[in-house]
Structure formats: C-alpha cells, structure tokens
Design a protein around this ligand. Structure first.
Ligand code: 4AD
Ligand code: MG
Length: 461
C-alpha cells in the first residue's frame, strides 16, 4: 500500500484503507482507547490516530512517544471529536524509530527560540518552524513564478568571485593555500599566483555585476542565490550567509525599478495570503497577532516615495532623540528607517537619491553631482528590505567614480566593457530573502527564518 500524506488525508472523504507515516506529536488515552496526533510535515495540521488500546501490544504502545516515527494502517473514518473531520481507526502500527522520552529534547511545548536554535537539527519538527519553512518554500516558488510569468531569465551568477560588488570589504576569502605556510612575494605580500585560481578570490556579496552583463544581452534577468558577508553585525536582521533575489533590467529608469519592486513584494505577500493560510493563521495566533492584518495592509497601500533629503528633513524635524544623530550625509540606521515607516508614514517607504558617498560605485550620478539614483525600500519592523539603483551607464562617469574610489580597475575590466559596447540605461535591485521572510512570517529574529543560520561565531549544523 502506498503512503498518503496527511495534507491529502485531511481533505478526503471518510472511507477506505490508508497508510500514513509520520512523527508522533502527542499520545493520550486510557485502557480503552489511545489517541495519537501524527504529523508528517506536509501541513501544520495533525491527523488523529485512534487505537483500541486492548488490541495492541503493550510494549509497542509504550514505544509510541513524542518524537517517535510510526507507520499506521487503518480505515479513514469520520471523526466524532471536534477539530478534524476525519481520523484513522488504526489496525496495524509499526514503529519505525523510537525517541527515548528521557533524552528527546522536544518534549514540552513552548521552548524558547534561543533553545530551539541550539537544536536546529530538530526544530523543523516544531509547529512554528514547520510553518516557517513551508512558507519559505512557497515564497521561493512564487519568486520564480513572478519572474517567469514576466519573461525574465533566471541567470546563475558565480558564488566564487574576484570582485567586491558593494565595495565594503566584507568578503570571505576562498583559498587552497596552506595557511601554515603561505607563499609570499618579495615585498612580503601573499603570492596569489600560487592559489587555486591564480588570483585572490572570495565568496560573492552580490550577483549584481554579472547580472548586469546578463541584462545587457537578455534584457530582463534575475538571480536567486546565496550571498555572503563577513560583517560582524550581531543583529536580528543580519546573517553572514543569506539568500538574495536580484533582478536586473535593460531600459529601466529608476521609476520603473521602483514600480517593479513594489509590484514584486505585493505579489509575494498576496501569494502567501492565498497559499499559506493554515501556516499564517498559526503564526498569527502564536507569534504575532497583527501578522495577517499587516500583510493585508501592505498589499493594499501605495508605498510612499520620497528622496533621502526629504527623509532627513522629516527626521530632523521629528524632535526625536535618536541614538545616531541625524544630518544630511549620514548613512541611515535602522532606528531612522523605522521611524519613517512606523511612526511618520505608517506604511512602506521607498527612499531615493542618496548621497553618493554612502552608496556603491555603480549607481547613476544625478545632475546635482552629489546624489545617486539609489532606492531603498523600507518596511515596518524590518527597515531596509530592498536595496537597488539605476546603474551608471556612462563609460566616462563610471571610470571616473572607480578612479575616485581608488578601486582595482583590473578586476573590473569586463564590467566596464558593457559601457564601452552598446551601453544602455538599466536598473536593478536586491531583495534579501530572509528579510522578506521576517516580514511574511512575523518572526522576530532572522536566525529563525533560515534552516541553518550562519552568524559570527556560529556555523554549527
Ligand atoms: O543593499 P544591498 O547591500 O544591495 C546589494 O547587494 C545590491 N548589489 C543589490 C542590487 O542592486 N542588485 O543588499 C540588498 C538586500 C538588502 O536590502 C537586505 O534586504 C539584504 O540584501 N541584506 C541582508 N540580509 C541579511 N543579512 C545581511 N547581512 C544582509 N545584507 C543585505
Ligand atoms: Mg543596502
């Protein structure tokens, strides 16, 4: 007999024999009847298994404890109890794997998130993490669907790279050199000619530079892959390894870029509301009572668009004493972003035209010579969820900026070539996948929306 998943069983009419396999959530009962709540990960909902206690071997029933894995054959019958329409009247139970109640860590309900992070190998078996990881999957699928339906090409950009896209120097080195005995040049610097790639390489912080090459040939592309940042930020919003979605579009000006970003996020939130109802209802009840209303409100409001300069004015006039003082030219901190979004406008904000000094080298310079066509999308509870820009398409201006910043031209010659041959206006942005998931799930810490988080001093599992 073939196994049926719980999600399907719960939608079936009663009647007929079924086989179900999963992990025991709870067992209760007496000498007449035993009830087992079984979950197989296909849905947040459990199926109830009903056993006539006397007709099962006592040692077998003893092995059915929280966390054990069992296979159950029986009849799917209408349920008399409340909470489910069907249940399984068990005829045959096989214990596939026991879970010794003395040492299985997921006994009681209500473990802290911190404790669950220490058992990241088992936390997917909790309701909360099951819900989060199913939603994570649904969002990944919806991202591909959104772009595929619009005719974007999914371009795989490299993970090992020799350029620092964001120029922040926060890269993890990739090397096969013997760290105990590093080959040196005569001047004492490391001789990377001897390294695997014959040059210094790192894990990428962004697929954008290669994404731009794709856009200059295929028109509309997107990347969706892991990115790495060796920034020592111990915050609920930073990971050292996170996933990023980066669309890049030929012939897009900054306004088109903003339109796409807004449409994209609204599409994803609506997709979650339409397709992840059970999981969202659970998270709404258990994690964040305003989750669903916040999701609905984002789908139904127009994002505010305003310039960095206007944003600074609002912050200066607010009378609030921020930890980091506000003046034109500062890099906005999360407290500033959240003030604009949560207190002042009470809706998502797209900030544009930032000072060029606080943004990356590739952004298009405005006519004022001071600001660039950057755009950051700021969200309630999250702060920056998207960062993007129109790109500098002028060869002369791009070369000038690279020189000003004293960047290594020899690592970027291929990028600059796109401005030499058939250059065109183009724009793009990066959505942090885990920041999106923080918003969609209502979870408070970014470590709890990725299965195996990588953060400073932490890379177990
Ligand atoms: O603003 P960022 O650094 O922009 C870029 O990397 C551009 N190359 C994107 C582009 O234009 N194609 O990063 C983009 C987004 C941020 O808005 C944030 O959501 C997320 O990536 N992000 C992080 N998420 C988790 N942990 C970190 N350490 C993150 N750093 C950035
Ligand atoms: Mg940014």
């Amino acid at each position: 007999m073939k196994r049926t998943k719980v999600i399907k069983l719960l939608q079936q009419e009663p009647g007929g024999d079924v086989l179900v396999k999963g992990w025991v959530r709870t067992k209760r009962g007496n000498k007449n009847v035993t009830f087992i709540a079984l979950n197989d990960g296909s849905t947040i909902n459990n199926i109830q298994i009903v056993c006539d206690t006397a007709s099962f071997d006592e040692t077998l029933l003893k092995q059915i404890t929280t966390g054990a894995c069992i296979a159950v054959k029986g009849e799917l019958v209408a349920s008399l109890g409340s909470g489910q329409s069907v249940e399984i009247q068990a005829r045959d139970i096989e214990v596939l794997g026991t879970a010794d109640p003395d040492i299985y860590p997921l006994q009681k309900k209500g473990h802290s998130m911190e404790f669950l992070r220490e058992i990241a190998h088992l936390r997917p078996r909790t309701n909360t993490f099951g819900a989060v990881f199913r939603i994570r999957h649904a969002m990944a699928f919806a991202i591909h669907k959104f772009f595929n339906d619009k005719g974007f090409v999914y371009l795989h950009t490299p993970i090992i790279t020799s350029s620092d896209c964001e120029g922040a120097g926060e890269m993890f080195h990739v090397t096969t050199l013997n760290l105990e005995n590093v080959p040196k040049n005569e001047d004492g610097t490391v001789n990377f000619n001897e390294d695997f790639f014959g040059r210094q390489t790192s894990l990428t912080v962004s697929g954008q530079l290669e994404g731009e090459l794709g856009a200059m040939a295929l028109g509309d592309i997107y990347t969706f892959g892991p990115t790495f940042r060796a920034e020592n930020s111990n915050t609920p919003r930073h990971l050292a390894e996170f996933w990023m979605i980066e669309p890049e579009m030929a012939f897009y000006e900054i306004e088109d870029n903003m339109d796409l970003a807004e449409e994209f996020i609204k599409y994803l939130v609506q997709y979650a509301l339409d397709n992840c109802k059970d999981d969202l209802n659970f998270l709404n009840n258990m994690i964040d009572k305003e989750l669903i209303s916040r999701l609905e409100s984002v789908v139904n409001t127009e994002f505010v668009r305003l310039s960095y300069t206007e944003g600074i004015e609002i912050l200066e006039k607010s009378g609030v004493k921020f930890e980091f003082p506000v003046s034109w030219g500062i890099d906005l901190q999360s407290e500033h972003e959240r003030y604009l979004v949560e207190k002042h406008f009470k809706k998502p904000v797209i900030l544009t035209n930032y000072p060029k000094e606080i943004k990356a080298f590739y952004m298009k310079l405005n006519d004022d010579g001071k600001t660039v066509r950057a755009m950051d999308v700021l969200f309630p509870k999250i702060g920056e969820i998207i960062g993007g820009s129109q790109r500098e398409e002028s060869l002369e201006k791009l070369e000038q900026r690279i020189a000003e910043l004293d960047m290594d031209y020899s690592n970027l010659w291929w990028y600059i070539d796109t401005r030499r041959f058939g250059t065109a206006p183009h724009s793009g942005f990066g959505l942090g996948f885990e920041r999106l998931l923080l918003f969609v799930t209502g979870m408070a810490n970014i470590r709890d929306v990725i299965p195996f988080p990588r953060t400073p001093k932490s890379a177990e599992f």
